[in-house]
Design a protein around this ligand. Sequence first.
Ligand code: NAX
Ligand code: ADP
Ligand code: K
Length: 499
Amino acid sequence: MLIARRARDVTAAEAPLLAAGVPLMATAVRALGTAVAGLLRQRCGRVVGTSVAVLVGSGDNGADALLAGAELARRGVAVIAIRAGSRVHDGAARAAHRTGITLLAPGAAALARAARCDVVLDGVTGIGADGPLRGAGLDVVVGLLAALEAVPRPDRPLVVAVDVPSGIGVDDGTVAGPVLGADRTITMGTAKPGLLLPPAALLAGEVDVVDLGLDLAGAEPAVVRLERADVARLWPVPGPTDHKYTRGVLGVVAGSTGYPGAAVLATSAAAPLVGMVRFLGPDTVVDAVLARHPEVVHGDGRAQAWLVGPGIGVDDGERLAQVREVLERAVAHGLPAVVDAGALEVLPERVGAQVVLTPHAGELARLLGARGEDVAREDVEARPLAHLRRAVALTGATVLLKGAVTLVAGPGTAVHSQADGTAWLATAGAGDVLAGVVGAALAVRSDDVVAEPGLAAPLAAAAAAVHGRAARRASGGGPIVAGDVARAVAATLAEVLRD
Ligand SMILES: NC(=O)C1=CN([C@@H]2O[C@H](COP(=O)(O)OP(=O)(O)OC[C@H]3O[C@@H](n4cnc5c(N)ncnc54)[C@H](O)[C@@H]3O)[C@@H](O)[C@H]2O)[C@@H](O)CC1
Ligand SMILES: Nc1ncnc2c1ncn2[C@@H]1O[C@H](COP(=O)(O)OP(=O)(O)O)[C@@H](O)[C@H]1O
Ligand SMILES: [K+]
């Protein structure tokens, strides 16, 4: 599990080690040097003779970057260093000087040179930053972003962020000013919330954590990300005494004459993962589902969890009447349920954490709007976690907010952030597939969720992880349709459970 801790917890954990003379900075610098050398080798096939530009802020983040620059210079890299703060760490400046690096003023000429290097190392600010970039740091980032515009995309440098991309909201993931988007972030000691929370997380690239030996046991995890082994631990494997009912039945109310495909996609994703799928819908939709999945059972009956809403429009009164009835019944019995798409319109005022809502940003704005909050989609996109928390507080539900990074939280649970997919997943119907996987995850652990509703959040996050991985598997780096993702779900789960 990748765990992000807040800046103040990191600083507190560093303090006793620094007091004991543990050379944390040397460890950070060594890791940075190795990572950048690896990227140079990947990009240029060599380290000697390549070029790196270092943006040097006035704190220890700048010192890390400059010392890594000095190490790379000793390995034969042509390093330029650009001042991005009011001062420069003394020891780092001396080390840089010894390797022949001169600190350049942040003028247009220096920034144009930086834009032509193989790698840019962003050491403007780290966890000591207060607010968005200002002063020399701001000028350097704005100037470099402009200089990069003049360079053809394939020739632009790889950007490596030291600890965090400078200027992000380290603890809340906001982006309130210019930030140089990174291809990779080498982060010290532990991940930071802003590396996992959108929109800042989208500027961090791949995140590598450098072990500094910090004791963070007492620090409350701010955000967590499930990795393969975590998903495997959450997902039950049937045993010899299981039968279809003990494995779990998922009841599905999905699809409409306008959108029959959503029902097919949701059931395609769920059917292999559960003991049985029970389906309720209009005849034409039932026919479409059964044509693809003869194993789906048509008609009402007992289920361990319900999925309602995929392919049902917000103004489809007839379908919503059925959704409302099923949902009220599920809530009355305390059963886990997934409430997706149009079904969000008929969500009872208060539900328990065993009910998982799966809105995208627009739907979350609408859900909050219906509860008296004045929120637009853009507000949700700018501060997704804050709005997700608000929805949790107002409904009592677990909320899964879909996006390039998917966030999940329930009342009192950890915040989960999953980014397992690919941008090729931004395709119609992908959300219906996700709803099917979340429904399945709740159905196969229904008893556990009823006993401990807080489990719905990690299960929904695990489902998002399987969905994202299925998309990557189906895509192989190229275009996909949602049906490809649904078809890849079973093999993806097998792979998750096998490794
Ligand atoms: N303390 C340590 O031993 C270690 C520190 N490490 C590095 O040190 C960093 C923290 O260093 P610091 O506490 O010195 O802080 P930072 O270097 O993150 O930032 C503080 C400096 O940036 C300036 N600054 C603050 N807010 C700004 C803003 N909004 N715009 C522009 N400039 C701003 C301040 O004037 C100050 O000089 C970590 O992020 C990490 O990179 C790592 O080397 C691990 C070990
Ligand atoms: N840029 C992206 N990168 C990765 N995943 C994405 C991206 N955009 C959307 N997704 C994922 O694709 C799915 C889209 O769902 P949704 O918005 O409900 O679409 P639809 O209603 O067409 O099914 C979600 O699971 C979301 O997390
Ligand atoms: K930085």
